[in-house]
Design a protein around this ligand. Structure first.
Ligand code: URA
Length: 443
């Protein structure tokens, strides 16, 4: 077999066999196929696409390129949740405890943030002493005893995806639906989930800017899950503005805890309840969304979900007094208000711009090696649909003096991110569609 023949075959719109895809992935990951040939193949895929069978083959080839986690020693149906990335997305910190309180074991591996998106692991590290590296035995034991653990992704998982993703990043081949779908699903499958709930974001702050593209991506991922025997559903949720009001690590922990206390923003609570409902259904703890929703709401109101979070923080070495007293979490010295220069109603908030502003204040990483400031970030005061007067505070920048140099640019970006119009715009739906193996249900 020769890589050049497989590139030509894909370039001409033909389907590759399972063996041919395995040959490319193994060859590239083990260094026999050079970057220039893999780039040409990725570009051919970008233009010609892949069949559902080819996409599932690519997923499995990447999933088995490195370490795979066997969650077999954890009792029950292990349901993973994955978000395609967003700004202010702290759903894992809310729905992990919620689903665990309702009886679904949550053995979650999460990532760190890069660029305008944050990472769950960085957020959890805002809690003093919280360890995201437990070792496999301790990770399994904690999930069996408590029902919940969140750790960092093992460095040895899906090396083929890591290498291919880095190549796609510099060859303008990231935004190909089969390549994104296989990349995401390879990591979920290597992490050992029995069933998967996907949160596919749509809108200005998401990979997929339009609803139709988001549905196509969701379908591709649900198809992969179905083909490889993992029950998978996808919720298409809004990322046309950040989720909740807080963007930044400690700020997001505060908002997640407030939500578990029943005092959080309505959009964040609702998205978490919807995603967690599907986890309960896949995990066999509820028959339908209505039953799941009621069960989860009860866990929220009784404080059991908050207790689960505290249990996890304690088990992973974190300081639980910071959950009881949110003022003990890291905070930034300076709080700068960004004020509106016009009057009307907020009609858009460019989530990506808010994420970039938070990054400039130190909340995120510009490069893989950047050190983040756990207290920094942006706190929104206005969301889409809210009325605004000239001089009203749109958002508050949280920063430490060391980041003064980024302040002016962050202020400009936050102000520029807000669209204000003269007429009241309706609030956007939070969830646009549900994609299951049976089809697409639009709301
Ligand atoms: N996230 C991933 O993990 N992979 C992609 O290709 C895109 C987003």
């Amino acid at each position: 077999m020769r890589a050049v023949d497989l590139i030509r075959k894909k370039r001409d719109g033909q389907e590759l066999t399972t063996e041919e895809i395995g040959f490319l992935v193994r060859g590239y990951s083990e260094g026999r196929i050079p970057d220039y040939q893999m780039s040409a193949w990725a570009m051919a895929v970008y233009y010609q696409g892949m069949s559902a069978r080819e996409t599932a083959d690519l997923t499995m080839a990447m999933a088995s390129s490195g370490e795979t986690i066997d969650l077999g020693s954890i009792r029950g149906v292990k349901v993973d949740k994955h978000s395609t990335g967003g700004v202010g997305d702290k759903t894992t910190i809310v729905l992990g405890p919620l689903a665990a309180a309702a009886g679904v074991p949550v053995a979650k591996m999460s990532g760190r943030g890069l660029g305008h998106t944050g990472g769950t692991i960085d957020k959890l590290e805002a809690i003093s002493g919280f360890s995201v590296e437990l070792g496999k035995e301790r990770f399994f034991r904690q999930v069996n005893e408590l029902g919940l653990a969140v750790v960092g992704q093992s460095g040895n998982m899906t090396p083929a995806d890591k290498k291919l993703y880095a190549l796609r990043d510099v060859t303008a081949t990231v935004d190909s639906i089969p390549l994104i779908a296989s990349s995401v699903m390879s990591k979920k499958i290597a992490a050992g989930a029995d069933a998967i709930v996907l949160d596919v974001k749509t809108g200005s702050g998401a990979f997929m800017k339009t609803l139709e593209d988001s549905i196509r991506l969701a379908k591709a991922m649900v198809d992969i899950g179905t083909q490889v025997g993992r029950r998978t559903v996808a919720v298409i949720s809004d990322m046309d503005q950040p989720l909740g009001y807080a963007i930044g690590n400690a700020l997001e922990i505060k908002e997640a805890v407030a939500t578990l206390r029943g005092e959080g923003p309505a959009d964040l609570e609702e998205v978490c309840l919807i995603l967690a409902s599907h986890m309960l259904i896949l995990g066999g703890k509820a028959a339908d969304e209505e039953e799941a929703h009621a069960l989860l709401k009860a866990k929220l109101q009784s404080g059991e979900a908050l207790d689960k979070l505290k249990g996890m923080v304690s088990a992973q070495g974190g300081d639980t007094s910071q959950i009881d007293r949110l003022d003990l979490l890291p905070s930034a010295e300076l709080q700068i208000e960004v004020r509106s220069e016009s009057k009307g109603y907020v009609d858009s908030i460019q989530a990506e711009e808010i994420g970039l502003a938070a990054m400039m204040l130190g909340a995120g990483r510009e490069t893989k090696d950047s050190v983040i400031d756990l207290g920094a970030g942006v706190e929104l005061r206005k969301k889409i649909g809210d009325p605004v007067e000239i001089g009203d505070t749109l958002a508050v920048l949280h920063l430490n003096p060391a980041r003064e140099s980024g302040r002016a640019e962050a202020e400009r970006r936050v102000l520029g991110a807000y669209g204000i119009s003269g007429t009241k715009v309706p609030r956007r739906p939070l969830v646009f569609a549900l994609v299951t193996p049976d089809g697409v249900k639009r709301f």
